[in-house]
Design a protein. Structure first.
Length: 332
């Protein structure tokens, strides 16, 4: 991985991977503590409100789960919450060896690496959410997690359900958890085939669109034009792409990977294995929820993992980084 200044940095044995979560990590009130406790988070949310023309601060503090669950709201809400945590930790001295994001999380990861500005990322994320929502209204789609079956057997189960419609792999989340996406009936048939092949269970996902499959081709042209209109810089911090599971070499490659991300699967297992090889010794989930922490533990075994998705965990990390700063911030 070559940074903007030409140096190579792949981390050290004690280096940390900053992981940004994707859609599904949201919850009502997820930024209430952040906004009330930390002035920098309030400022970032206020800026996001201006950029988006949305009352995002209110939604992330007191909005209902139904309001937050609308894809066009969910995506900028998660990205902004994650970036508020990122800037807070960064101000306290947090310096990861590399960064990555699960699907939507790739946008704040690129902001952290200075590939995208906050403004560009939020504008793209809002459009991405709106376009995905349009697909959801037009196509009876679904997604489901297949648990307890190797990925190659899940691929075979999808192939056997072709007569019922389109169904494809959306996420390689961990060695024995693979998410499928496509037409609702085809996803149901592929799930039945996976259970017959020995899967422990098939869990329908509460999502509004069939993400990361070729049904998203319908909105690719408009999103590609939006990507072309935004500036992309070369990364100053190593970024591992969830599209390829390998390092992003340039801003132009980052742009192309975000285009491919619409219809291609998330290769999270490869992301984690790439980080472990290069060598990252700790993992921090930056944003709401603890989904990525669980995936890392089940993929890599006993590794050092910290999350920031609730007040106790965030306070513990921030307090350890900046013991002389965090109490005044909480009181302000």
């Amino acid at each position: 991985m070559t940074s903007r200044n030409g140096s190579v940095s792949l981390g050290t044995p004690t280096g940390c991977l900053a992981m940004f979560p994707g859609q599904g990590s949201q919850r009502a009130g997820m930024a209430e503590y952040l906004i009330k406790a930390y002035p920098s988070a309030r400022r970032l949310f206020a800026r996001a409100d201006e950029i988006l023309g949305l009352p995002l601060s209110r939604i992330c503090v007191s909005g209902s789960a139904e309001e937050l669950g609308r894809t066009e709201i969910t995506q900028p809400a998660i990205a902004t919450t994650s970036l508020a945590v990122w800037h807070l930790l960064q101000s306290a001295g947090y310096r990861p060896a590399a960064t990555t994001g699960h699907s939507l999380g790739e946008y704040p990861a690129l902001v952290a690496a200075e590939v995208l500005t906050l403004e560009s990322a939020l504008e793209l994320v809002r459009l991405r959410g709106r376009l995905m929502g349009e697909v959801a209204r037009e196509v009876p789609g679904a997604m489901a997690a297949v648990v307890g079956l190797p990925a190659d057997q899940v691929v075979a189960a999808c192939g056997g359900a072709g007569d019922a419609g389109l169904v494809q792999i959306a996420n390689y989340n961990e060695p024995l958890q693979t998410v499928i996406s496509g037409h609702a009936h085809a996803v149901e048939q592929a799930g039945k085939a996976a259970l017959e092949a020995g899967a422990d269970r098939v869990v329908p996902l509460d999502v509004s669109a069939p993400f990361h499959c070729s049904l998203m081709n319908a909105v690719e042209e408009e999103f590609t034009a939006a990507l072309a209109a935004q500036p992309f810089a070369d990364p100053v911090l190593p970024v591992i792409s969830s599209v390829t599971g390998t390092y992003v070499r340039s801003g132009e490659e980052a742009r192309e990977l975000l285009r491919r991300q619409l219809t291609g699967p998330v290769r999270w297992v490869e992301v984690l294995r790439t980080a472990a090889r290069h060598p990252v010794g700790a993992y921090t989930e930056i944003g709401p929820g603890r989904v990525l922490s669980g995936l890392a533990r089940r993929t890599l075994g006993e590794v050092r993992i910290r999350s920031t998705g609730d007040p106790r965990r965030l306070t513990a990390i921030y307090g350890a980084l900046a013991p002389d700063q965090w109490q005044p911030a909480l009181a302000s």
